[in-house]
Write a protein that binds this ligand. Structure first.
Ligand code: HEC
Ligand code: HEC
Length: 206
C-alpha cells in the first residue's frame, strides 16, 4: 500500500511541476501500460493473469535488479494476499519471466528454465505398477481390445480433446459404460488424484 501511495504522490507532484513548465514538454503517459515482451512462457501468462486488477505499471515501476526469489515472492503475494486466481505453477512461471525480464536473472539461468517448464512427465514405471496393482490389465491391453478398449484406441479417440486428461481421470475414478460398448467398467474410487493423473497420462500417451 505504502509504495503505491508514494507512487501516486510522485505522479501528482510531476503533474503539478509539468503544469508550470512549458506545455510543449508535456508528454502524457501511454493509455495502456504493457508488459515487456519475452520468449519465456510466463509472458503470455502474466499478460493474461496479472492485468485483471491493476495496470502493468505496478510491475514496470518495481525497483530493478530483483532476484528470481523476490519476483516469485511478488507473484506469490498476489496469489496469497490479494487472491489473484493463479496456480502454484503459474506463480513460478510468472516469477521466472519477471525475474529474467525486469530483474537480475537471465532467461538462460538454470533456475529460470526449471521454473518455466511444466513438471516432469510421470515415469512410466509408476504407471505400470498402478495398472498391475489395480488389475487394469485384466480388462485392458495397450494394443488390442480385451474386455475394455485398447489404451492406444483411447489415446487416439481423445488426441484432439483439450479436456482429455480430466475426462480420462474421471472415467477411471467413476467407471461407466456406453462410450465403447455396453460392458461396464467398475469404478476405482479409492485412487488418489495423483494416481488417477499418472494412469490417465499413461493411457493418453499410448
Ligand atoms: C486479485 C487482484 C490482483 C491480481 C490478479 C494481481 N494483483 Fe498485483 N496487486 C494487487 C493489489 C491489491 C496490490 C496492492 C495495491 C496497492 O498497494 O495499492 C498489488 C500490487 C502489485 C505490485 C506492487 C508491489 C506490491 O507488492 O504492492 C506488483 C509488482 C504486482 N502487484 C504484481 C502483480 C503480478 C506480477 C501479478 C500477476 C501474477 C499481479 N500483480 C496480479 C492485486 C492484484
Ligand atoms: C472389469 C474390467 C475392467 C477393469 C478392471 C478396468 N477397466 Fe477400464 N474399461 C473397461 C470397459 C468395459 C470400458 C469401456 C466403458 C465404456 O464403454 O464406457 C473401459 C474404459 C476405460 C477407459 C476409457 C474411458 C473413456 O472415457 O473413454 C479407460 C481410460 C480405462 N478404462 C482405464 C482403466 C484403468 C486405468 C483401469 C485400472 C485402474 C481400468 N480401466 C480397469 C473395463 C475395465
Amino acid at each position: 500500500m505504502k509504495r503505491m501511495s508514494a507512487l501516486l504522490c510522485a505522479a501528482q507532484i510531476c503533474v503539478a511541476t509539468l503544469a508550470c513548465a512549458t506545455p510543449l514538454e508535456i508528454t502524457l503517459p501511454p493509455e495502456t501500460a504493457v508488459l515487456k515482451p519475452s520468449a519465456l512462457p510466463g509472458y503470455p501468462l502474466a499478460q493474461q493473469k496479472c492485468s485483471t486488477c491493476h495496470s502493468a505499471d505496478y510491475i514496470n515501476f518495481q525497483p530493478p535488479g530483483m532476484s528470481l526469489t523476490q519476483w516469485t515472492g511478488e507473484a506469490r503475494k498476489m496469489q496469497q494476499v490479494y487472491g489473484a486466481p493463479i496456480s502454484d505453477q503459474d506463480v513460478n512461471i510468472i516469477g521466472a519471466y519477471l525475474a529474467a525480464t525486469y530483474g537480475s536473472a537471465r532467461a538462460s539461468d538454470a533456475d529460470v528454465q526449471a521454473a518455466s517448464s511444466p513438471p516432469a512427465p510421470v515415469a512410466k514405471v509408476d504407471a505400470m505398477a498402478l495398472l498391475q496393482s489395480n488389475s487394469c490389465l485384466s480388462c485392458h491391453a495397450i494394443n488390442h481390445k480385451v474386455v475394455g478398449p485398447a489404451y492406444r484406441e483411447v489415446a487416439t479417440k481423445y488426441a484432439n480433446d483439450p479436456q482429455a486428461l480430466a475426462k480420462i481421470m474421471s472415467s477411471i475414478q467413476k467407471g461407466g459404460t456406453g462410450k465403447w460398448g455396453n460392458i461396464t467398467m467398475p469404478p476405482f474410487a479409492q485412487l488418489s488424484p495423483d494416481d488417477l493423473q499418472t494412469l490417465a497420462t499413461f493411457v493418453l500417451s499410448q
